[in-house]
Design a protein around this ligand. Structure first.
Ligand code: TXA
Ligand code: MG
Length: 316
């Protein structure tokens, strides 16, 4: 439904009562439930088809609520001050309020204060911590429009709040502050450059080995089409022409600029490709800097062979 004040109040009430609400954040749509209601959290995993044991992010209306859930180190305060509300998630040592279901049984919890006005309004009205994994079926591209949520999850959700297309389009940056030097576990719109400038320090390379990040499964975002990756635009266009000459249904995904447009459109395009029966997506990668790092990461996941399927993808 379109979001007026009454709809937002209803969303908050459903969440407090243990229901499931899909709502937009500035990154992607989230599938929300009361973080302290184990039955509601379980239902979110079921609806998504996500295996238990994958930790989820607790969304809060304000950084002031973090101490209920986690221990905030000095770097966390710094990053929160600089980037919240916004597309940044912090992994922190947890308090006992964060259940094993939320943390995947780990001693850390992921927290985020989103900036989307509808998300913020719902969180503030609800007054609780809300877990919200991306509102897609497990293994599908994340949902960046309400219709993506409806296509994937339809009637299983108690309410879908429609806020139009999300502005960032890629999931939040995840920074681990719980295992020594800060590290990026998932690149996003808050870039390495932004983080290093704020912290005044170089960041450790991603160390996702000791923590479970479902986004770090190679095939996590894979569409049905095969995705071929190119560093070079001319080579990509030549490949596209060759495929088309052969009658292959293709799609060009030009992310070379590494800018906000391609990021915002990425998941909609992957979904559109599936719907149109595209067989091969030819993608041009941006340089590994700024937002380009996040785009490369998601495109590389989209191109990764799926287990049990043996698809081949390539970088040229
Ligand atoms: O932009 C986003 O972050 C969206 C919006 C809805 O907020 N949410 C999202 O949630 O992408 P999800 O569940 O699809 O991805 C959350 C990622 C997962 O890869 C999960 O493994 C990781 O965060 N994560 C959650 N808690 C963690 C923890 N304690 N330690 C390490 N990784 C964690
Ligand atoms: Mg997800």
């Amino acid at each position: 439904m379109w979001a007026d004040g009454a709809a937002l109040e209803r969303a908050a009430r459903i969440l407090r009562d243990g229901g499931i609400v899909a709502f937009p954040t500035e990154t992607v749509y989230g599938l929300g439930a009361d973080a302290e209601n184990d039955a509601a959290v379980r239902r979110v995993f079921e609806i998504k088809g996500r295996p238990l044991g994958h930790p989820v992010i607790v969304h809060l209306a304000a950084a002031a609520q973090v101490p209920n859930w986690a221990l905030m180190p000095p770097e966390g305060l710094l990053l929160a001050k600089r980037f919240w509300p916004g597309p940044l998630t912090l992994v922190l040592p947890r308090t006992s309020r964060a259940s094993d279901l939320v943390t995947g049984g780990q001693d850390t919890v992921a927290v985020r204060v989103p900036s989307h006005p509808l998300a913020h309004d719902i969180l503030e009205r609800a007054g609780i911590g809300v877990i919200a994994p991306s509102a897609n079926r497990f293994g599908r591209p994340s949902a960046t429009r309400a219709r993506h949520v409806l296509a994937d999850l339809g009637d299983a959700v108690d309410l879908v709040i429609d806020g139009g297309a999300t502005t960032v389009g890629l999931e939040s940056t995840i920074v681990d502050l719980a295992h020594g030097e800060p590290a990026i576990l998932r690149p996003g719109a808050v870039t390495r450059e932004h983080l290093e400038a704020a912290l005044g320090a170089r960041l450790r390379e991603r160390g996702a080995t000791e923590v479970r990040v479902s986004g770090s499964l190679p095939s996590h975002y894979a569409p049905a089409a095969r995705v071929e990756l190119f560093e070079d635009g001319a080579a990509a266009r030549a490949r596209l022409a060759a495929l088309e000459a052969r009658g292959t249904r293709t799609m060009l995904l030009d992310a070379a600029s590494g800018s906000e447009g391609p990021a915002r459109e990425l998941y909609d395009k992957l979904r559109a490709a599936d719907q149109a029966g595209v067989e091969v997506i030819v993608a041009i990668l941006p340089p590994e800097e700024g937002l380009g790092a996040a785009l490369r990461d998601r495109l590389q996941r989209a191109a990764a062979p799926r287990r049990h399927e043996g698809r081949n993808s390539r970088v040229e």
